[in-house]
Ligand binder design. Structure first.
Ligand SMILES: CC(C)(COP(=O)(O)OP(=O)(O)OC[C@H]1O[C@@H](n2cnc3c(N)ncnc32)[C@H](O)[C@@H]1OP(=O)(O)O)[C@@H](O)C(=O)NCCC(=O)NCCS
Length: 185
């Protein structure tokens, strides 16, 4: 067996290990997904992480679900190296969506309303994130709480998404704005 097929086989086996470790809170289809070395899955008290078949988690991907949070990755979702998804409420990514390297997706902010109290003691403001199907999120983009990204949209590299992105839109910049629509050609 050559190195490439061994790497692929180990990547297919790794989810079995995680399933044992996180038990019922991790709902996956072990042999039908790929998990590279250095992937970190964390599900705190009653959280749920669900991966459909064909999900690909590349090297050093981190997926963290805080207490009672939900993370759902649809079929054939691809997370590239060093991307992270951290949920305290809910994050859903629909099928065939591609997340490039070092993308950050957070469905919460630290509360900071009262300047007399340390922010670390003020808890979190949370709102779910929904990413549609066949979406492409460019490298180093940051997705903030409460947004929805429509089906077939593109978020450019380095964008910070603070508002919804419409289906088929191409959005870029900080904060991200729609610059055009994709067309069928
Ligand atoms: C969004 C993207 C696909 C657009 O590509 P494109 O349609 O070929 O865009 P163009 O290169 O023609 O650029 C169009 C305009 O947008 C600007 N632009 C392109 N990408 C940008 C970005 N990430 N942020 C801000 N502006 C950007 C260009 O400067 C250009 O501006 P101008 O019209 O004032 O000259 C591409 O820029 C991008 O971000 N790709 C993601 C790369 C990546 O993460 N790859 C990982 C692979 S998994």
């Amino acid at each position: 067996m050559n190195r490439l097929s061994l790497h692929f086989l180990i990547g297919k086996m790794r989810p079995l290990l995680w399933k044992t470790r996180l038990g019922a809170r991790l709902r996956i289809v072990p042999l039908r997904m790929f998990m590279d070395a250095g992937v970190r899955l964390v599900a705190e008290g009653n959280a749920r992480i669900r991966c459909a078949h064909g999900v690909h988690l590349d090297r050093y991907v981190t997926i963290k679900a805080g207490p009672r949070a939900r993370i759902d990755l649809g079929a054939d979702v691809y997370l590239n190296e060093s991307s992270r998804i951290v949920a305290r409420s809910a994050i859903t990514i629909d099928e065939k969506t591609m997340i490039a390297d070092a993308v950050s997706i957070f469905d919460h902010d630290h509360r900071f309303i009262d300047a007399r109290i340390p922010m670390s003691a003020q808890g979190f403001a949370c709102a779910p994130i929904t990413i549609g199907r066949d979406v492409w999120i460019g490298s180093h983009a940051v997705l903030c709480k409460g947004i929805t990204i429509g089906d077939h949209a593109i978020v450019a590299a380095g964008a910070v998404v603070t508002r919804d992105v419409a289906p088929y839109a191409v959005a870029m910049g900080v904060p991200a704005r729609e610059v055009r629509k994709r067309s069928a050609s």
